[in-house]
Design a protein around this ligand. Structure first.
Ligand SMILES: Nc1ncnc2c1ncn2[C@@H]1O[C@H](COP(=O)(O)OP(=O)(O)OP(=O)(O)O)[C@@H](O)[C@H]1O
Ligand SMILES: [Mg+2]
Length: 426
């Protein structure tokens, strides 16, 4: 394939890799970045079957960009930066981990051949995660976790050990679950998918390569006969122009559907404080909530001193928001949370401000009249996490951010554990 000198104003450096469906060029003027140019080419069976398909590059490019925008919004660290031209995008330049990370919700395809006796459609809960070494000549053999760790791959100074493998495995499953929830909004079942990771110049593991209609099996209404992914092409024994047209139409449909995969729910977290003196505590809640992508308002009103005003504010929010959570911040006797809870059908979280009398005051939040059900936490982070969990039930992007945060907490505990393990006891 030709080696262009420039794409959309980006001066191209040397060709880093040319695969079956993409060229990767260095970008000498954009340190640490490269450009991936899609080809109008469809292949299957390690390239044994291959056809030109005009327009595929543009469809793949847009499909990939839309998928990565969803994953970026969900907090996944990705190499994808932005679309550069109709058929090309800019990515962080990575040393690629030569492993295909496959996740399956239902057993089908090669899994059935490798696991005789398992019926097609067997449901994996949690999703099944498998790893394959990228080696076309040997048909990408399945590799165990032990094989990956033993290979001692080193990329940009990062040795791929057990922790790194665990991290990539967890992110792989999370990516699958995010996209499964996203496609669920269009009643499409994500059956399985493949992703790749790379290590950037700073030694950080990023979700890289592409995710497009080559990467997954997608069954509208969960019906295999309606499949809209590359399997349609794989299944063809002879390939006519009309067949290729059907495959392309499917890919274009998938690309268009991706515009409708953002959560449709309009959410709001309202932090109501009984006194402006509590604003610092409320700011901490708000800051923690924003890390989960939550839309936060702060208001001041007292349920004791301005009951009507408090209920008026509450009703204004009820009128305009689908997923709504109130966080009540009141010191001394907390009338605010219980009054809100007794008058709204939306969840209320009490998060009283720090005080030397907290042990006594907390009972005004805990010992509620019958028929009320507000929750009580004392740390700002806890209030934010709980609000996110409530909204995450309806908004998979928020749900994903909580999951990713949990992954990061587990990873930092491992770092701390490693340090402590190596300390000498004096
Ligand atoms: N951000 C990135 N930085 C560097 N290389 C990348 C990046 N993203 C993807 N790649 C690599 O670029 C190549 C893309 O080529 P392509 O997908 O066409 O390969 P392929 O023929 O499908 O073979 P493969 O089985 O390796 O994917 C792959 O080897 C992929 O790992
Ligand atoms: Mg590839």
């Amino acid at each position: 394939m030709a080696h262009p000198k420039e794409v959309a104003g980006f001066k191209l450096g040397k060709l880093l890799i040319e695969g079956k469906t993409k060229q990767v060029f260095d970008l000498p003027e954009e340190t640490g970045h490269c450009i991936l140019i899609n080809k109008d080419r469809i292949t299957a069976g390690d390239g044994v079957k291959a056809h030109d398909m005009e327009g595929k590059a543009a469809i793949s490019n847009q499909t990939n960009a839309k998928v990565f925008e969803i994953l970026k919004a969900a907090g996944i660290p990705t190499a994808f930066v932005k679309i550069a031209s109709p058929v090309a995008f800019i990515s962080k330049k990575c040393d690629m981990v030569p492993i295909e990370w496959v996740t399956r919700r239902l057993a089908t395809g090669s899994f059935l051949k490798r696991n005789p006796g398992v019926p097609e459609g067997y449901r994996f809960t949690p999703p099944k995660q498998e790893t394959f070494f990228k080696d076309d000549a040997n048909h990408d053999p399945q590799w165990s976790e032990e094989q990956i760790v033993s290979a001692k791959f080193t990329f940009n100074g990062l040795v791929i050990g057990q922790d790194e493998v665990d991290y990539m495995r967890n992110v792989t499953i999370l990516v699958f679950e995010i996209l499964e929830k996203a496609w669920g909004l269009r009643d499409c079942a994500l059956i399985d998918m493949k992703i790749e990771f790379g290590v950037d110049a700073d030694g950080k593991i990023l979700l890289a390569d592409v995710i497009d209609s080559d990467s997954w099996r997608l069954w509208p209404s969960g019906d295999k006969r309606l499949m809209v992914d590359k399997q349609v092409y794989r299944n063809l024994s002879t390939v006519t122009a009309a067949d290729l047209d059907t495959v392309k139409r499917n890919f274009a449909w998938v690309k268009d559907q991706l515009d409708h995969l953002r959560p449709k729910v309009h959410h709001k977290v309202v932090i109501i404080m009984g006194s402006a003196a509590d604003v610092e505590h409320c700011q901490k809640i708000g800051k923690a909530a924003k890390k989960f992508g939550l839309d936060v308002d702060m208001r001041v009103t007292s349920a004791h001193k301005a009951t009507e005003e408090t209920l008026h504010i509450m009703k204004q929010y009820e009128d305009t928001h689908g997923a709504l959570v109130f966080i009540a911040v009141a010191g001394r006797s907390n009338g605010l949370g219980p009054v809100l809870s007794g008058n709204t059908s939306y969840p209320v979280i009490n998060c009283p401000p720090p005080s030397s009398n907290l042990v006594q005051d907390i009972w005004s939040s805990l010992s509620l009249p019958s028929g009320l059900g507000c929750a009580t936490v004392i740390y700002p982070d806890s209030a934010a996490v709980m609000a996110a969990q409530i909204i995450g039930v309806q908004d998979y992007i928020v749900w994903a951010r909580i999951r990713f945060n949990q992954l990061e907490m587990a990873a930092s505990l491992r770092v701390a554990d490693k340090k402590v393990r190596n300390l000498s006891i004096e």
